[in-house]
Ligand binder design. Sequence first.
Ligand SMILES: [Zn+2]
Length: 297
Amino acid sequence: MKRRAAWAGLALLGASLGASFAGAWAPQPAPYAGPLFDAHLHYNVEAAAGPRPVADVVRRMQAAGVRAIVANSRPNDGTRVLAASPAVRAAGITVVPFVRLYRDRADYTGWFQDASIERMVEAELRAGTAAGPYRGLGEFHLYDSTNADGPVARRLMQLAQARRLAVLAHVDDVAIEKLFAHAPGARLIWAHSGIGGVPVDRVRALLAAHPTLMGELSYRPGLTQADGQLSPDWRALIEAFPDRFVIGSDTWVNARWESYEALMTDARRWLGGLEPALASRVAWANGAALFGVPDPR
Ligand SMILES: [Zn+2]
């Protein structure tokens, strides 16, 4: 009796070990291997004037297979440097420049009540970059969505809509509605697609209500599960809106540059779990279509 129980226990142990081995060794889909469009890249002063000269960031982008970037920086000098860099051009990386609303850290929390930001944006738009005119505004932050109602946010959204500039906004779902109320046809890229973890169904409803809304997926809580693949909810959402999502690195601090290749490897892993045509849309084609970027050579 005892012996039988011991064997039964061993058999159970064996079964559970077998199951966990099977889980650990379940074949992962091959990672996505095509070009990447990094739709959320910063080249801030701490990187540019510190440990990340242009040659360094170009090397990182090249190693990661990134062939186009939405570039923005605090202040805007970093973007102009990337746009003018022969090394960037030689690496076959297309720069899509955005005007950042920030001259310094204080502007993160003050831009929406500061008319001098609008004058700075106008001056940048007039000047353009060596890679051509600016194509968007942002990234900007609204930590309190009520500030999306202010006159600076309203005028900048209307400016973006009138000039067909995209807007990269780090905001919550309430602010998404408020920003669209100012400019219903604006091309709005929702940085992180809800960094506070707004429910997937709410993201779905906003995408359905606003055809010009796109979602960028860095830092999005719940996007992937423990094995690095998409969670079922997010897979279903991306499949339902195949032309509305883009990826990004969000190199907002130097530590993100240090892990740049690893971040892109993570993205390639979950992209590889999608149908190949859908993976290449999210990885590359959706961003390329938004800005008319030709396919890489
Ligand atoms: Zn950012």
